[in-house]
Design a protein around this ligand. Structure first.
Ligand code: NAD
Length: 381
């Protein structure tokens, strides 16, 4: 971890990627510059190709040069990858391969996805305000195992083809994600929900037994419950406040976090952090490349900006900058500024760049301590 006491500047790798990726990463950079200037932190940037743009230029969705630069940095900020021009299912290389490979090459086995409902947006959410009010949960998704990395194949059989993917986990893979989730739960409300499908899947039975043992042996102060994934999907929209930290396998986490994004009001609002056992963390919004709105200056940059705030907190040790960026986002939303995805009837949306500029402006001037106490009052009432 780099920090303000280090003599060298923090090294940050930018991977803008495809679609809206470059647009939202520009705004994160703008806000990061404002925060670094305000708190006296120094950073230098590297930039690389990943995804579809990397395929076009190098025929490889994760060029060796990109990976090598990432390894030399303290943290990686990623926009998004993919788009219809690279969607041919028969293509030998696809943008998503770059994403899966960078996670696996950097050993990023845990993906943390916080979901908060901002009081200012509670009325923009398709669910009733009393259901979503005060939701504040984190999904810890296992990222380098399970169905997305298991043995797969296709073979001809009589009458057509046989295609298969396998969900597999080992004890150490489950232990390390359980420990990370438990440490997070300990630093928050102390409650951990492990989500699996242990009534059907063998890999889930190992998951459940391992999580139970790790928590009992190493985290007796953490309250653990097990919930089946189908039931968890229902509870997430019926009683989301019952959750504090959720830990689950790769594909279940992928699906549940997209569902959870509805609680916040838009895919464009949610950040994520992918962490491993050392080496750089990777920070990206949970949304994809949104080709339907790319290049039009209408994407919401907040998920990307909050991902940069997570990077400041978790990889760079810039807690002051992280707090300030988070507070500035809340403040801008409270003042009624909205991008098109979160605008209410009668409001005029602002563009991607203007949203980034407004957040950066607040980062430069706002009194974080005063802002936080007011926000607490606002949440309490
Ligand atoms: P998506 O997240 O790109 O878009 C889903 C919907 O949310 C779209 O209507 C889009 O306009 C909207 N949206 C997404 N981000 C937004 C933002 N910042 N502001 C406002 N609205 C936003 O998912 P998709 O359409 O299923 O996938 C599009 C492409 O992205 C595909 O090629 C897919 O493979 C790829 N993808 C990449 C990642 C990643 O890079 N991590 C994740 C998911 C999907």
């Amino acid at each position: 971890m780099s920090s303000s006491t280090d003599t060298r500047p923090a090294r940050i790798m930018l991977l803008p990627g495809d679609g809206v990726g470059p647009e939202v990463i520009n705004e994160a950079h703008k806000v990061l510059r404002a925060a670094a200037e305000r708190f006296g932190h120094r950073f230098e940037l590297c930039q690389g190709l990943i995804g579809g743009c990397a395929i076009d230029r190098t025929a490889d969705p994760l060029p060796a040069n990109t990976l090598s630069l990432c390894r030399q940095c303290d943290a990686v900020l990623l926009g998004a990858v993919g788009g219809p021009q690279w969607d041919d299912p028969l293509a030998a290389v696809r943008p998503e391969q770059g994403l899966l490979r960078i996670r696996s090459e950097l050993g990023l086995f845990a993906n943390l996805r916080p979901v908060r409902v901002y009081p200012a947006l509670a009325n923009n959410v398709p669910l009733k305000p009393e259901i979503v009010a005060n939701v504040d949960l984190v999904v810890v998704r296992e990222l380098t195992g399970g169905l997305y990395f298991g043995k797969r194949g296709r073979e001809p059989v009589e009458g057509g083809e046989h295609a298969y993917d396998t969900m597999s986990y080992t004890t150490p893979e489950i232990e390390r994600i359980a420990r990370m989730a438990a440490m997070l739960a300990r630093s928050r409300g102390g409650k951990l929900t492990s989500v699996d499908k242990a009534n059907v899947l063998e890999s889930s039975r190992l998951w459940r037994a391992t999580v139970t043992r790790v928590i009992a042996d190493e985290f007796p102060d953490v309250e653990l419950e097990h919930v089946l994934v189908d039931s968890a999907a229902m509870h997430l929209i019926q009683r989301p406040r019952r959750f504090d930290v959720i830990v689950t396998e790769n594909m279940f986490g992928d699906i549940l976090t997209d569902e959870a994004s509805v609680l916040a009001g838009s895919m464009g609002l949610l950040p994520s952090a992918s962490l491993g056992d050392g080496g750089p963390g990777l920070y990206e919004p949970i949304h994809g490349s949104a080709p339907d709105i790319a290049g039009r200056n209408i994407a919401n940059p907040i998920g990307m900006i909050l991902s940069a705030a997570m990077m400041c907190r978790m990889s760079l040790g810039w807690i002051d900058a992280a707090d300030c960026i988070t507070a500035a986002v809340e403040h801008v939303l409270r003042t009624g500024r909205r991008t098109a995805d979160i605008v209410s009837a009668g409001q005029t949306p602002i563009g991607t760049a203007e949203m980034g500029t407004r957040i950066a402006d607040f980062v430069a001037i706002m009194d974080v301590a005063a802002k936080r106490s007011r926000e607490t009052e606002c949440v309490r009432t």
